[in-house]
Ligand binder design. Sequence first.
Ligand code: GLN
Length: 534
Amino acid sequence: MKLIFVSGGVISGLGKGITASSIGRLLESRGITVSAIKVDPYLNVDAGTMNPYEHGEVFVLDDGGEVDLDLGNYERFMDLHLTRDHNITTGKVYGTVIENERHGRYLGKTVQIIPHITDEIKRRITSVARDSGADVVIVELGGTVGDMESMPFLEAARQLGRDLGREENVMFVHTTLVPIMGSVGEEKTKPTQHSVKELMGMGIRPDIIVCRCSEPLGDSARAKIAMFCDVPTDAVISTPDARSIYEVPFTLERQGVADYIIDRMKLRPMTSGRDMSFWEEFVNRVVNPEREIEVALVGKYTSLADSYLSHLEAFTHAGAARRCKVRVRFVDSDDVLADPAGTLSGVSGIIVPGGFGTRGTEGMVAAARYARENGVPFLGVCLGFQIATIEICRDVLGLRDATSTEFDPDTPDPVICLMGEQEAVKDMGATMRLGAQTVSLSAGSRASELYGKDTVSERHRHRYEVNPDYIERLESAGWRFTGRSECGTRMEIGELDGHPFFMASQFHPEFLSRPGRPSPLHQGLVDAAMKYSE
Ligand code: GLN
């Protein structure tokens, strides 16, 4: 078992997840199999209960795990399908230990952070690593070294180094910040030195130090960090600001990171790896677009771009396929309500993504109406699908008060309603319908054309659905349900007759979008938007 721990120092938001993902991508390119784990030192058991403003979007996995958005980066960079066990939280760890204690499994011992919590952390990491069967597992430690919350995880990581062998089997990559100060632009290495000292105080000597800096690191700063942090100079890596996150694997490759790791861990590279030429072509298309369009994203968490990270990535993937840069204009749905034409003027497409709760939903309805009436390409996802259905119900069928029972439990026209509880339980064991589910597409529909097949698997996260009592009327109004659940009872995709592109899905296509394999629905929107902009 070989583990690479990736920690962070100085500040959060250094792109640890991208560093971890990029290392994985490079190892894969040598034919080494890789998996990844994210450790989040918070007490929430999973990200499902968290507002996107806390840590960005909640990413959803095939198995229905609601996890940190970094797992999305791992899946996109390394082309993996992860499970909920790949996101280890303090909440999960304590939950298990407390349950064990209640069952008397500690045989009368005093239950403590060390060894019981640290043992449970080690058990979780090693069992995921074993089950994955990967040659190397990258374990990203969330938070910043020095945080109280992270300490049990760092201690567990240190112990794993001892247990598995620090020589070949466990490496530590520490990411830090090198700020540039003053008019002469001097690179400051002191914060890096301090955070490495902090790490060493926990008994961990880093093997590689990845320095985030706005500019490439100069030789003297590199030498200084190597000297004072006690690593070889070629283990000090510089990751300057990149044009695209997808460029970072090349930044690391140029500095020999993958070879350094392979050498240290005595890995056996193979020539049959997923070579980087496809990635290179993809990055080239991302950073050298031939044209540009703008799409409005209408939501209620628009002041934090990370709330919609997977949509942004899906647009990058779909845009790259056409050598087109997709600029995303974040528009607060309340602003759309006040002035649809003003806030949406000049965009070539509109997306209404997922969300929960009543706030902002009327503005989303206004955005859907604007798109429908003005022939602007539109994509609704999850909540956006429900919003589009409500809009059509109100304005085309004339049911003025139609809405979702999520927003008004007493509405006379509950066109969106809670899923049949029984069925929801059958689906996922909970009232929230989560994870990968099969969707059947109608022959000859735009949906089946975009997907190029007639059954697809997509990820879900919803509690409400289209009320079966309204399906016939909606379809007669031109809102045709061309994607349905396998049993046929649950509406999954709507497409509007007589509009250049007005589509929506109950599932989240953004979670399976990958470089070179864009989400078909985002591709559909981008293509229609490109046409519209002409
Ligand atoms: N709030 C809606 C529901 O629960 C939509 C959920 C979502 O957009 N993820 O069905």
